[in-house]
Design a protein around this ligand. Structure first.
Ligand code: F6P
Length: 761
């Protein structure tokens, strides 16, 4: 209240004070100066006029010495209140005639015989006087001079009057200006506040409630007053960041578990069905010597998405690639999984050899994979592969449409194998919520630009409601690529793309793993012992572990070179350290992968030969499939885990290693080019191309004091436990549910307003 009245008083007082100060210090001196100049000019003119009037009688009277006449003439003249005194001096400057009022001190004025009009002002005890000397010239020549003395007191009186009027005028102006200022300030403040409030409300709703993006007007829209427009983008971006932060904090308040995810599905997506589509299936049925076995493929995607599906139920559509897959499905190509405790349906799609060649090996893995991973392997693009890629995308899209029981399912599209599928599904099921997650990096626009079908891929992906990447950096690359190659409207500050009247939210959702239950792990000491025994190593052998698909993006060559360098630089480690590399064979029919395997084998032989002593070999290479339990035993047995990818979207091996180490020991050496490096700051971060740096990091890890290991591991474990796969899925599904709610409301409003319009018509 006080503040308001203070503000109100300020609005009145301030303009008033300003006007008065202006009046006192500028206007008054100016006006006085002006009036003085006008008055003097006025006096000069009057004096001249008077002098000429008096000249004629004086020219007659002076030669006659007619003193009486002259004095009478003078006395009459000074009847004028402004003319104070008159005097006449002869050519010798002798004062001959004067009025009684004539000040003695003036004498004959300038002590010269003026031949022309001479004017001056003087300050005398009587006040300021204006003195004019005018020569008196008869036909016989100059007969003397007339001195006219004017009283300047009237100027001061006139000044006082003028000041009074000007002051009154200025006071009136000040009041009027104050009132106008108040009204204008009030109106524009309201407008400003309303505009900012509107923006903030829009911004908040827009980001905390993703669906509202649909209603967002473009930057600099007509509703925003022009003075706010420069701030609009910044305000929205600020609110965006605030909301991301808030969302993360809200999320962080509770641990994400399968139950929480299920509850979220029930409450937020009630009655909605979840469909996952990926190339790799979560379970493969394979023929083995012991009959049909079920395998979990070595795939980060499967590791991450499978627990989510177990929690959510629904249907997972994937390529049936196992040798015994066909005989394990029902007549609709479906099989309930996980086999031991089914909780969702796996729907298999069959591909011919040619389709798999063109779509999977060709376009996806010889084209898009090297295109998106900057690992110095050139992408290969063939038209035939592209056609197959399109056809297979259509096949999977048809499967999604067939499996959907409603017209608005939630479809989770996985990875670079299905860039075209989102649009294909969107065209048939416009109400579907399509969440596409790109598991690999997204390169910069120049790199992506070499793909001959770049526009088609971008258009396909923009059929998604949400498009997710692991990192903000990949989102940025994607938006810049869209900006470069498609006609769209992008709002960078809100990370949305508007294309063909539909919005796609481009967001980062760092993927993770399911945090293992305490009971799943065997004793660490037991793992250390059994693994070393299995590998034929003594109990005190320091052990490094690497777990990867045998892929050129994983930096396996560079890792072995670092091990070699470490042994070279720190010979005390020779015979004390062994590196075991689990390398799951992958895409083996492709040349690049065969070459890699050969290079890896040759390098291992070379290093082993160089450092072998007796039975000691520093590297053990295991190029075969290992199931989850086996891999976990290796994680727990290791002193250091090496993740040296040359480029990796996230890399879940890093997170799996951390989750497996409930003893809080072991050190993670992690490539700076993985998405994981942006979260796991306590790992020893290396540039895998810098062999010496990696060698030093391995040595440092092997000699790291236990206390330090514990501190680093504890901190990373807290993070991975919190930011687990349920949170990843939960965040995406929450965003999706908000979008769906919004879409439903918008549809209702639209149909309602259409009906009302028809009624009016
Ligand atoms: O890294 C992305 C990814 O899709 C992983 O999920 C998976 O490990 C790999 O690429 C694909 O491997 P594959 O071609 O054997 O399915």
């Amino acid at each position: 209240m006080h503040f308001r009245s203070f503000r109100f008083s300020l609005r009145i007082i301030l303009p008033l004070a300003l006007v008065l100060a202006l009046f006192a210090f500028a206007v008054v001196p100016l006006v006085e100066n002006l009036t003085l100049r006008w008055s003097i000019r006025d006096l000069d003119a009057r004096s001249q006029l008077l002098a000429s009037t008096l000249q004629e009688p004086l020219i007659d009277y002076v030669p006659q010495n007619a003193a009486t006449k002259i004095n009478r003439l003078f006395d009459r003249a000074i009847q004028d209140e402004r003319l104070y005194a008159l005097a006449f001096c002869n050519p010798d400057n002798v004062l001959k005639y004067k009025t009684a009022t004539y000040p003695e001190s003036i004498g004959c004025g300038s002590a010269r015989v003026a031949s022309e009009l001479y004017q001056t002002t003087m300050k005398l005890p009587q006040g300021s006087l204006h003195i004019t000397e005018s020569p008196l010239i008869s036909d016989a020549g100059q007969i003397g001079k007339l001195i006219l003395v004017h009283d300047m007191g009237f100027i001061a009186r006139r000044d006082a009057d003028t000041r009074k009027y000007v002051l009154a005028l200025f006071a009136l102006m000040a009041v009027v200006i104050s009132l106008i200022t108040m009204v204008v300030a009030h109106l524009s403040w309201r407008r400003w506040i309303d505009a900012v409030k509107g923006l903030l409300r829009g911004g908040l709703a827009q980001r905390s409630n993703l669906p509202q993006v649909v209603a967002v007007s473009p930057a600099g829209s007509s509703q925003t007053p022009p003075e706010i427009r420069p701030l609009e983008v910044d305000l929205r971006a600020l609110m965006y960041e605030y909301n991301i932060d808030r969302r993360n904090r809200d999320d962080a308040a509770h641990l994400w578990t399968p139950d929480k995810l299920r509850q979220l599905l029930r409450e937020e997506l009630a009655g909605d069905e979840v469909l996952v589509v990926s190339n790799r299936e979560p379970y493969m049925h394979v023929h083995t010597r012991n009959g049909v076995e079920v395998r979990r493929p070595a795939s980060g995607l499967v590791t991450a998405v499978e627990p989510v599906m177990r929690a959510c139920s629904g249907t997972w559509i994937a390529h049936g690639s196992g040798s015994a897959d066909r005989e394990s499905v029902d007549r609709n190509d479906r099989v309930p999984v996980p086999p031991a405790n089914p909780s969702y349906t796996l729907r298999r799609v069959w591909l011919t050899k040619e389709e798999e060649e063109g779509y999977y090996y060709g376009f996806a893995n010889e084209g898009l994979w090297p295109l998106c991973h900057i690992a110095h392997v050139r992408p290969v693009f063939r038209s035939a592969d592209w056609e197959m890629y399109e056809a297979v995308n259509q096949r999977f899209a048809d499967a999604v449409i067939r499996e959907a029981r409603t017209d608005d399912p939630v479809v989770l599209v996985q990875d670079y194998h299905f860039a075209l599928l989102p649009r294909m599904v969107r065209d048939v099921l416009p109400k579907a919520t399509i969440i596409t997650f790109w598991h690999i990096p997204w390169p910069n626009p120049e790199s992506f630009g070499i793909c001959p079908w770049r526009e088609e891929i971008l258009e396909g992906l923009l059929g998604s409601t949400i498009l997710g990447f692991h990192t903000q950096f990949h989102c940025k690359n994607f938006l810049e690529t869209v900006d470069r190659y498609l006609e769209t409207r992008i709002e960078h500050e809100t990370s949305t793309v508007s294309y063909g009247g539909k919005l796609t939210q481009v967001e980062n959702y760092p993927i993770s793993i399911a945090w293992p239950e305490d009971s799943v792990h065997s004793d660490v000491a037991e793992s250390r012992h059994s693994v070393r025994t299995e590998l034929g190593l003594p109990p005190d052998r320091l052990l490094g572990v690497g777990v990867d698909r045998l892929d050129y993006t994983k930096g396996i060559i560079e890792r072995f070179q670092a091990v070699e360098r470490m042994l070279e630089q720190y010979p005390d480690m020779v015979g004390r350290f062994t590196m075991v590399q689990i390398a799951a064979p992958t895409r083996t029919s492709l040349d690049e992968y065969q070459n890699l395997e050969n290079r890896v084998r040759t390098l291992v032989q070379k290093i082993n030969k160089r450092f072998s002593t007796g039975s000691y070999e520093p590297i053990i290479l295991k190029t075969e499939h290992h199931d989850t339990d086996q891999v976990n035993r290796y994680y727990r047995a290791a002193d250091v885990c090496l993740v040296t990818s040359l480029h990796d979207g996230m890399n879940l091996v890093a997170k799996e290693f951390i989750a497996a180490r409930d003893d809080e020991r072991g050190v993670l050496v992690l490539s700076q080019f993985t998405g994981a490096a942006r979260e796991l700051h306590e790992a020893l971060i290396v540039n895998p191309y810098h062999i010496e740096q990696s060698a030093d990091a391995i040595y440092r890890a092997l000699t790291m004091p236990e206390v330090e290991q514990r501190e680093r591991m504890r901190s990373m474990r807290l993070l991975v436990k919190d930011f687990n796969i349920y949170r990843w899925a939960g965040r995406m599904l929450l965003d999706a549910s908000r979008l769906r709610r919004r879409e439903r409301i918008t549809t209702k409003i639209r149909s309602h307003s259409r009906k009302s319009l028809r009624r009016v018509v």
